[in-house]
Design a protein around this ligand. Structure first.
Ligand code: ZN
Length: 197
């Protein structure tokens, strides 16, 4: 993201250059010296299971409105990753999760994001659409709408989950979601460097 004005002093004298001793170029305010570091964002969410079914949300907002996703969203400051995953699950699916366990970690270097998903059982049996969801459903694995999923990360997480279910064991997965720049479809990405434990 290009910086036009200093977030500290408001000056528009911003240069894109390497600070002394740094090998990366940064937006530096020449008026007050402030360096605008930019780093990846963390997205956290939950794969919620109930009686063999998985909780999916139909998005009511852009991007990818009308497509299906697992509840997930950007981590806030002063929050842990697990707190973010629980909060997003509540906000999007009005669901609580019992004893969530770390499930998948995906790097998305082309959009500067890291996805961290937890797995857990639905607490109680209540869920409902939050403001960002049009519909929330518990779906059998056979009914997962593979061609109507919103994001590659969600598709890859669900694919791993289906495999884990077949193997009878929920495991921990990490990998990289790589998308060629020439392809603009956000679901057109591939999982590489998968490590499963
Ligand atoms: Zn400044």
């Amino acid at each position: 993201m290009k910086i036009h004005f200093c977030t500290q002093c408001g000056s528009d004298d911003i240069q894109y250059r390497s600070p002394e001793g740094d090998s990366y170029r940064r937006y530096i305010c020449e008026a007050c010296g402030f360096i605008h570091y930019q780093n990846p964002n963390i997205v956290a969410g939950c794969l919620v299971e109930h009686e063999g079914k998985v909780l999916l949300c139909k998005r009511s907002i852009e991007p990818r409105k009308g497509l299906w996703t697992l509840p997930a969203g950007f981590m806030e400051n002063h929050e842990t990753i697990l707190e973010a995953a629980r909060r997003e699950t509540w906000e999007e699916a009005r669901a609580r999760v019992n004893t969530p366990q770390l499930y998948s970690i995906f790097n998305l270097p082309h959009i500067n994001q890291v996805y961290v998903m937890y797995y857990g059982k639905l607490s109680g049996d209540s869920f409902a659409p939050g403001p960002e969801s049009e519909e929330v459903l518990l779906l059998d694995i056979e009914d997962i709408p593979w061609d109507k999923l919103a994001f590659a990360t969600i598709r890859e997480t669900l694919k791993l989950y289906v495999k884990d279910r077949e193997a009878g064991r929920i495991r921990l997965h990490s990998g990289d979601i790589i998308r060629p720049w020439v392809l603009r479809d956000p679901t057109n990405a591939q999982l590489k460097n998968l490590v499963t434990r």
